[in-house]
Ligand binder design. Structure first.
Ligand SMILES: Nc1ncnc2c1ncn2[C@@H]1O[C@H](COP(=O)(O)OP(=O)(O)OP(=O)(O)O)[C@@H](O)[C@H]1O
Length: 242
C-alpha cells in the first residue's frame, strides 16, 4: 500500500492561540484512522487544514506525494473532489430536496447528463439505505437520516478519502450503528478515512489505527491493539469511556 496522505511538521495558530505545534503523520491508501483528542485539541482544525479550509502557518501536507498546502482555491478544486469532508451536522441545504442536495456536487464538478446524475444519486442512496427519501426535504428527516444523506453527498464524487467530523455525535444507538455500517461500506470500497470522534467504541469498530492529539502534537499513534494495551495513563484515559 502506498502513502495517500502525509502531514509533516504542521503548525497552526489563531492569533495567540497555538493549536498545532508540530503535527506529523502518514496514512496508507485504503486505511481508516481515528483522530482522537480532548475537546479543543484541534481535531476539526486539522481536518479543515488538510483540505485547505484552515490555511496552515508552517509544515507540509502531501496527497499522493504532491504538496497540497500551498495551492490556490482554484488548484484545490480537484483535490476537494478526491478528499471529501463530511460535515458534523450533515450540512444539508434546507430549501432543496435530498436528490438536489446529493446531485449538487455532480452538477458542479462533472459533465454527467441529468439521467446519469439521477442514476448516481439513486445508487449512492442505496448504499446509505435512504433510497425512499430521494424526494424528501431535509426537514422531513431525522438527525440520523440527515447524517446519512450528508455521508452520501460526501461520497458522490467517488473520493479517495473522506474526512468524517464526528459522524455519530448526538445520535441514538440505532442510528450510530447505521452510520457505522455506511462508513464500513465506504471502507470496503477502499475509500481511506480520517474519523474524528469522541466515541471510542465506534473508533475501535471502524478504524485500523488510532492517533491522539495532545498539546499540539500527535501524543499517541498505534494500532488498535497498541491503543488498548498502552500503559500510558493519558492513552488509558480514553479507554475508560469504553
Ligand atoms: N476560526 C477560528 N478562529 C479562532 N479560533 C479557532 C477557529 N477555529 C478553531 N479555533 C480554535 O482552535 C481550537 C481547536 O478547535 P477544534 O474545533 O479543532 O477542536 P476539536 O478538537 O475539534 O474540539 P471538539 O472535540 O470540542 O470538537 C479551539 O480552541 C478553537 O476555539
Amino acid at each position: 500500500m502506498s502513502s495517500i496522505l502525509e502531514v509533516r511538521h504542521l503548525k497552526k495558530s489563531f492569533d495567540e492561540k497555538v493549536v498545532h505545534r508540530d503535527v506529523s503523520f502518514c496514512m496508507k491508501s485504503g486505511e481508516t484512522i481515528a483522530l482522537l483528542g480532548n475537546s479543543g485539541t484541534g481535531k476539526s482544525v486539522l481536518l479543515r487544514s488538510i483540505i485547505g479550509l484552515d490555511p496552515i502557518d508552517d509544515g507540509e501536507i502531501f496527497f499522493h506525494g504532491k504538496r497540497i498546502d500551498q495551492l490556490t482555491e482554484k488548484q484545490l478544486f480537484p483535490v476537494r473532489t478526491k478528499i471529501s469532508y463530511a460535515f458534523q451536522s450533515g450540512a444539508l441545504f434546507d430549501s432543496i430536496s435530498v436528490f438536489e442536495n446529493i446531485a449538487y456536487p455532480l452538477f458542479e464538478h462533472t459533465k454527467l447528463s441529468e439521467e446519469e446524475i439521477h442514476k448516481k444519486v439513486e445508487d449512492i442512496l442505496e448504499i446509505v439505505n435512504m433510497k425512499d427519501a430521494i424526494e424528501l426535504m431535509p426537514s422531513d428527516l431525522s438527525g440520523g437520516m440527515q447524517k446519512r444523506v450528508g455521508l452520501a453527498r460526501a461520497m458522490v464524487l467517488n473520493p479517495e478519502m473522506i474526512l468524517y467530523d464526528e459522524p455519530t455525535a448526538g445520535l441514538d444507538p440505532v442510528n450510530v450503528e447505521m452510520v457505522m455500517e455506511v462508513i464500513n461500506r465506504f471502507k470496503a470500497k477502499k475509500v481511506s478515512g480520517i474519523l474524528v470522534t469522541h466515541d471510542i467504541p465506534v473508533a475501535k469498530k471502524i478504524c485500523d489505527r488510532i492517533l491522539i492529539l495532545k498539546d499540539g502534537v500527535i501524543g499517541f499513534e498505534g494500532t488498535l491493539e497498541e491503543f488498548e494495551n498502552s500503559k500510558d495513563p493519558f492513552v488509558q484515559s480514553f479507554l475508560i469511556t469504553d
